[in-house]
Write a protein that binds this ligand. Structure first.
Ligand code: ADP
Ligand code: MG
Length: 611
């Protein structure tokens, strides 16, 4: 068998996506690889196809236990013998898996990184024929990555104890060079083939809205998307609870998901969303890894996430089917406080002090880029692609900022005032202070702290009396984004930025882009929405979905394990009437065709009769 027949026979796809074929050829030829693709890009196929071409077994290191189970269920249904080894197995189940593995019954075994250190697993691994070791979510190995997992550091040592070194393959959606280098070094990849595919998702519309009232903005967005299913991400469990209640109170069909819920409820809620019994999922970032619901029409962030990596991953769950979809972030500067709090209180018990410090600094660095995205007036897609190291045109024409009217204002004088105030304060008291205090001094507040420090005596006191405090803060935010001001992350003290000296000398003009506020901040997004037809799938699609639901319930698996929405949509389009026509549908492999074909063909026959 070659890679094309494996793809068709087991996965039902007729062609490879960008990057897949090259990576597979390299692995099959015995070369290590590093594959960097965006969320939804199709990384799993890259190691699942070679797994069927090698004589030995493929080990997949994966960080998420919940994901392993669904992946293995999917593989089994596609006719690929697979298993997982993690802490959710009982000792008896574990023994059984090892027995079968020793008999060479599996092609693919998923394993949690922590498992690699255990005696039982090592004993098995030393005598097994392991052809390929695939590291999924490989950024977890890097302290600079957004989900550092110390267990990943043990992978290279594990490889060393094996009698024969397998091909090692690493996959991630993380884009920073630092993390990629870290992955290569720490996994000790040998002359790997590096493939970085494009990160652009042209069907996604990006926008950042800065509403006065987030609740109103959210309701407006959801009401104008009545026909669509989507996700609302919140930063904390308590805001998930609050928002979910609020939506339900307003008659919006919503459910919730976060790590504080019982397993049972999480599962039910996820399925309600997956099966379209509930239209909106309100969730923390615990929801989504491995979600393959292809008809997600929007992803709204009620709060800013802590990095652009997280944002792009979460937003990327919209529009996997290639239909137009919206990714909207609701931003207020209060979000920064929440993000800082989350960074300071990150659970990192398993890291030593030095590692913790590194992680924290890297977190702040990522947060800064995230904040810039929220505040910028330039092309949002451009910002994202630059961050992921990809060239792009100046304006994409398909994001909120490209559609919005902006005004250029000369802010040289006011910037000079702010800078000089910062420096006068430093002169007076010997240290830098935060934005709020600087703004109060400029505004001339008779605040207790201002008076206690004697700041009412400095020359810039009250120099911006006529400007409201809120406006001064906003300006500072903009100036920070543009590099005229700098906020030191740990103590949030405001300092002159790199470009400051030139401005103070009068050698450099400060031009800022400012949003022309429309009557409602949501207007662009709304207009976008109205222009767009909501896709209607029609009666046959609904009938096929009912068949899938019935099968999924009978087999107790999520619907996408049976067939993805994209597959159902293609089926509704091609209307197969024989088994061989059924095999032509994208996403239908031989095993699934044999297993499920009759049910779907029967539904199609019934549909033909009733027409
Ligand atoms: P990633 O892990 O990169 O986020 P997945 O491996 O979960 O992405 O794949 C995302 C979706 O793309 C899945 O629904 C998968 O079936 C589909 N897919 C992957 N490769 C192909 C292909 N060559 N042709 C069609 N669909 C594909
Ligand atoms: Mg994946």
């Amino acid at each position: 068998m070659d890679k094309f027949s494996v793809l068709k026979r087991f996965f039902g796809h007729t062609s490879f996506r960008e990057g897949q074929a090259e990576l597979i050829d390299a692995m099959v030829g015995g070369r290590d690889v590093l594959g960097v693709m965006p969320t939804g890009g199709g990384k799993s196929v890259c190691y699942q196809v070679p797994a069927m071409l090698f004589s030995g077994v493929t080990l997949v290191i994966s960080p998420l236990i919940s994901l392993m189970k669904d992946q293995v269920a999917s593989l089994k249904r596609a006719g690929i013998p697979a298993a997982f080894i993690n802490s959710s197995l009982t000792p008896r189940q574990l023994t059984l898996v090892f027995e079968r593995a020793a008999q060479g019954q599996y092609r693919i075994i998923y394993v949690a990184p922590e498992r690699l250190e255990t005696e039982g697993f090592r004993r098995w691994a030393k005598q097994a024929e392991i052809s390929l070791l695939a590291v999924d979510e490989a950024h977890c190995i890097s302290q600079w990555g957004q989900d550092f997992r110390p267990g990943y550091l043990k992978i290279a040592d594990f490889i060393d104890i094996l009698p024969k070194r397998p091909v090692v393959a690493a996959f991630t959606a993380t884009a920073t060079d630092l993390v990629r280098q870290d992955i290569e070094e720490r996994l000790r990849l040998c002359d790997p083939l590096r493939v970085v595919t494009g990160f652009d998702r042209p069907n996604l519309f990006f926008d950042v809205i800065r509403p006065k009232n987030k609740v109103d903005a959210l309701l407006q967005l959801l009401i104008s998307r009545r026909e669509q299913s989507g996700i609302v991400y919140c930063a904390t469990r308590s805001s998930v609870e609050q928002i979910c209640h609020l939506l339900c109170d307003h008659g919006i069909s919503a459910t919730r998901y976060h790590a504080g819920l019982e397993d049972e409820e999480r599962r039910t809620n996820q399925e309600d969303f997956q099966f379209d019994r509930k239209r909106v999922m309100v969730a923390t970032n615990a929801f989504g890894m491995g979600i393959d619901k292809s008809n997600v029409g929007f992803v709204i962030h009620y709060q800013m996430p802590k990095s652009l990596e997280s944002y792009y991953q979460e937003a990327g769950r919209a529009g996997r089917d290639g239909e137009k979809a919206d990714c909207i972030l609701l931003y207020t500067s209060a979000d920064e406080k929440t993000a800082r709090f989350l960074i300071e209180n990150r659970n990192s018990e398993d890291l030593n002090a030095e590692q913790q410090e590194q992680v924290r600094l890297a977190d702040y660095e990522r947060l800064r880029a995230m904040i810039c995205y929220c505040r910028t007036e330039s092309c949002l897609r451009g910002q994202l692609l630059s961050y992921f190291g990809q060239a792009h045109p100046q304006n994409c024409g398909n994001c909120g900022n490209c559609h919005r009217k902006v005004r250029r204002v000369d802010a040289t004088k006011i910037t000079q005032m702010i800078l000089s105030c910062i420096m006068r304060i430093k002169e007076k008291i010997g240290y830098y202070v935060g934005k709020t205090l600087v703004a109060q001094v400029l505004h001339g507040s008779e605040n207790k702290r201002v008076l206690a420090l004697g700041l009412e005596q400095i020359p810039t006191y009250g120099i911006l009396q006529e400007q409201p405090l809120r406006r001064i803060r906003f300006l500072m935010d903009l100036l920070e984004t543009e590099g005229y001001l700098r906020v030191e992350p740990q103590h949030e003290t405001l300092r002159p930025g790199q470009a400051a000296p030139a401005v103070l000398r009068g050698d450099r003009k400060v031009e800022l882009l400012v949003r022309v506020r429309s009557k409602s901040e949501n207007e662009t997004a709304l207009r976008q929405q109205q222009k767009r037809k909501v896709p209607e799938h029609g009666a046959l699609y609904e009938a096929l979905r009912a068949v899938r639901l019935e099968i999924a319930q009978k087999e107790r698996v999520p619907a996408y394990v049976v067939f993805s929405n994209a597959t159902l949509a293609d089926m509704a389009k091609k209307v197969p009437r024989t088994l061989s026509e059924f095999l032509e549908v994208s996403g239908v492999g031989e095993i699934k065709a044999a297993r499920y074909g009759a049910f779907f063909l029967a539904a199609i026959a019934a549909y033909d009769e009733n027409r």
